[in-house]
Design a protein around this ligand. Sequence first.
Ligand code: ARG
Length: 577
Amino acid sequence: MNIQALLSDKVSQAMVAAGAPADCEPQVRQSAKVQFGDYQANGVMSVAKSLGKPPRQVAESVIANLDLTGIASKVEIAGPGFINIFLDPQFLAKNVDAAVASERAGVNTVAPQTIVVDYSAPNVAKEMHVGHIRSTIIGDAAVRTLEFLGHNVIRANHVGDWGTQFGMLIAYLEKQQQENAGAMALADLEEFYRAAKKHYDEDEAFAERARGYVVKLQGGDEYCREMWRKLVDITMAQNQKTYDRLNVTLTRDDVMGESLYNPMLPGIVADLKEKGLAVESEGATVVFLDEFKNKDGEPMGVIIQKKDGGYLYTTTDIACAKYRYENLHADRVLYFIDSRQHQHLMQAWTIVRKAGYVPDAVTLEHQMFGMMLGKDGKPFKTRSGGTVKLTDLLDEAMERARNLVTAKNPDMPADELEALANAVGIGAVKYADLSKSRTTDYIFDWDNMLAFEGNTAPYMQYAYTRVLSVFRKADIDEAELLKAPVVITEDREAQLAARLLQFEETLNVVARDGTPHVMCSYLYDVAGLFSGFYEHCPILTADSEQARNSRLKLALLTAKTLKLGLDTLGIATVERM
Ligand code: ARG
């Protein structure tokens, strides 16, 4: 059910009948305040301007042509020419009936697009740190939402698995294997990388060997390829544990690392040269872009191949965008990468468009996000100033959640407690990130995210269990209940119903903008409306059986919506807490 789309359709027909051009925008929005009705159509203003008529007069003739029989109970003009639409309680009731009977809470599937989502993207032989957490969590919520709507989603984990550092990593892995007789000493990736770098900087023979391995690896040497694969495998096996803990849908099959594009790079450089886009400059191959200026105000030079023949991060992203269009047949490509890489992406894509590698109809979208900050407003660090490892962070989340839920549920069996602590702890970390507008930096604060009040995971999870408890007490047969009709008589019933029926609209916004916080706010709002409804409209002690059943159905749709909504965010729910 998409009421906004339905009303947009009706209002634009009425606008055309009132003299507006066929492509007029009805601008139908959800109203911000109850006194403005459920929806507002704001498109009259700009149409009146182009028709040269007073807006209220145009609004009147739009209303005269607007047929909302069976949909709205009242339509009125407000302010300079806004149209306020009040939905008919019978229309709401009918649609709640349909939604509650459907597995998808009445959400339609879309005409599917192929959408590539680039997210997570950790680096090989490096620990995943908090910098990767936002990409992983927000990207996965976007993926789940797009899939729920029916799109064909391709997860692309653009792992940093290529580059000159692999010579040194191979040389060090070799050394480790010799010294530890094959025992794997890559458990601490960060330490491994540091030690490899130290040898490289201090031991000339080691460095010599490392440089040799880079060349051999590039040339496809069997031994080096095998050592490289080991490094990738060990890193990704560790990352997989984190994905599983985080309830993130990425698997090993989703890895499309930088190495995948490496064989394409010479062809890209040659082609860009041939197209006259790339030129030789001081030994390197460079694309000069008018769209970007350097500090002297001249077109910025983007290096795509270094003097020594090496390629760059940008060259890889050019090939990667091309590949996603040509080989994966993407209609849209979403990149969940932090905002510091914005200029990099814009340069790569400007080149991609100029070279005609990806047509304009296929969008390349940087769904950027800010940094994760500590309570002091500075980049999130450990007490000693190091970067916080994701695994340590999740361990702490678990421990805090365990203490919290144990205190609240002293009699709960141990295994249920552990499952609850997991849902709450991991949920809290994820939800804290998801619920903030992603474009800004965000402050990581344990106390806020684990609070049982406010827009937090524990609150939402608890709200869900409260709705379920109504059913436990009612002790009814769901199939029987579905046969009883919803009847809406109270304002609070109407408000809850209208909001529940906006689930699809919310999903569409998240799918379009990559903004899971819109879903969080929506679910929080639903939970709040349900509380008010529950307090003022007795369910189990309703005056009539009809009212009781109708209210139980509203509660059932609330439960479904919360569950499905939290699923799209990757937040686990529990039955009781
Ligand atoms: N591995 C990179 C990093 O850790 C992120 C890669 C993002 N994706 C891309 N197509 N550039 O910063």
